[in-house]
Design a protein. Structure first.
Lengths: 109, 112
């Protein structure tokens, strides 16, 4: 079973920041937080991951709370092409990625 | 990521079998297979590394797979059931980050 809880859906205005929350209150000390997204009719795409420090790459930023029980994926300037299902995954290296149902993000003009 | 899955779409009837293909899978990469039902997240089927099954999810023995050295991977599903209708995704691992997978676009199977 997925170890994360995400809102089912969210809307965001084009050009604004999209903040996608994820709760993972049972995360263990050696487990990472991974984010993937899946655009309609495509396979999932890796976005970013982190352990306890905040991370940033060319796609997004990941903010992990100090107690590591929740995190937020930030898309700083959402575009229409960012419309997708976003999956937050708790991953133990050596294990397998377990996807939940994700958050369906709709970016609107 | 260059992962190609074939066929992209196929229709089968109950009781038949199907073979799905995933390529390329280069050396030192593991390959994982997932099943995605409509409106659901992908569900892990199994993972192969060095041509051996390394881990598996909760799928029946009707689901089997192979990894070929420096080439590709196949998944076979026998005795198809209506509930097997889904998008089947193949993913290869990154050589740098173990949790970073590169997915293909999937094979959409419809069982009638």
């Amino acid at each position: 079973d997925a170890k994360t809880t995400q809102p089912t859906s969210m809307d965001c205005a084009e050009g604004r920041a999209a903040n996608l929350p994820c709760n993972h209150s049972t995360i263990s000390g050696n487990e990472y937080v991974y984010w993937y997204r899946q655009i309609h009719s495509q396979g999932p795409q890796y976005i970013i991951h982190g352990l306890k420090n905040n991370e940033t790459n060319e796609m997004a930023s990941l903010i992990i709370t100090e107690d590591r029980k929740s995190s937020t994926l930030i898309l700083p300037h959402a575009t229409l092409r960012d419309t997708a299902v976003y999956y937050c995954i708790v991953y133990n290296q050596g294990g397998k990625l377990i996807f939940g149902q994700g958050t369906e993000l709709s970016v609107k003009p | 990521a260059g992962v190609t899955q074939t066929p992209r779409y196929l229709i089968k009837t109950r009781g038949q079998q199907v073979t799905l293909r995933c390529s390329p899978i280069s050396g030192h990469s593991s390959v994982s297979w997932y099943q995605q039902a409509p409106g659901q997240g992908p569900q892990f089927i199994f993972e192969y590394a060095n041509e051996l099954r390394r881990s598996e999810g909760n799928f029946p023995n009707r689901f089997s797979g192979r990894q070929f050295h420096d080439c590709c991977s196949e998944m076979n599903v026998s005795a198809l059931e209506l509930g097997d209708s889904a998008l089947y995704l193949c993913a290869r691992s990154s050589r740098e980050e173990i949790g970073e997978l590169f997915f293909g676009e999937g094979s959409r199977l419809t069982v009638l």
